[in-house]
Design a protein around this ligand. Sequence first.
Ligand code: MG
Length: 230
Amino acid sequence: MITQIPFDKIKYVLLDMDGTLLDKYFDDYFWEHLLPEKYAEKKGMTFGMAKEELLARYKIHEGTLNWTDIDFWSREVAIDIPALKEQMRHLIEVHPHVEDFLKAMRRHNRKVFLLTNAHYKVLDIKFRKTELGKYFDAAITSFEIGYPKERLEFWEKAAKLLGFDKEQSLFIDDTKAVLKTARAFGIRYILYKAYASSRAEKGRSRQYMALDDFGDLLDGGKAWYNETGD
Ligand SMILES: [Mg+2]
């Protein structure tokens, strides 16, 4: 299936960060375990109660800019979230073969853009830990754009700002709601990253071609790389 991605027609590679390039385990652990634990301590409640309360509050802001705004959450729970994330940075891991894929895209002169809903402070922590920043022509956050990736406005503004042509773009993300908007906007080639977290089950999709591992793209593209040599 993956070998059907025609890299010779793709000039722009648009990539999500959390769950796609990086193991989502870090984020799941942070929001579903560590923060409830700290919140429980602060409020003098049980972990179970704290988790239930926080999950309900996350749900309200899902798919909005608030959800991605860690300063918003710092205020909401009265805990310094950037500082807490910084303490946990050793848990940030890059998915297998991501770096090889990024190197290959650079070598073959593709424009590589990171499009993330993550807050710029989180992006900064993650780039410092993983050193992936050097592979990107640009990295933009939904915070800078003013809309999350689930909104069409994000795509309109991002395309203008970065100058990518949707007909010649490949986009990879682990969130189906985001893929749906990218497709509605007209991004031609779309892949769903199926293993977002190393500790969770494989995500499944009937609507999008799934990418299990970035190594699959390297194998799929190999023949083309050798043929054209560009
Ligand atoms: Mg993601």
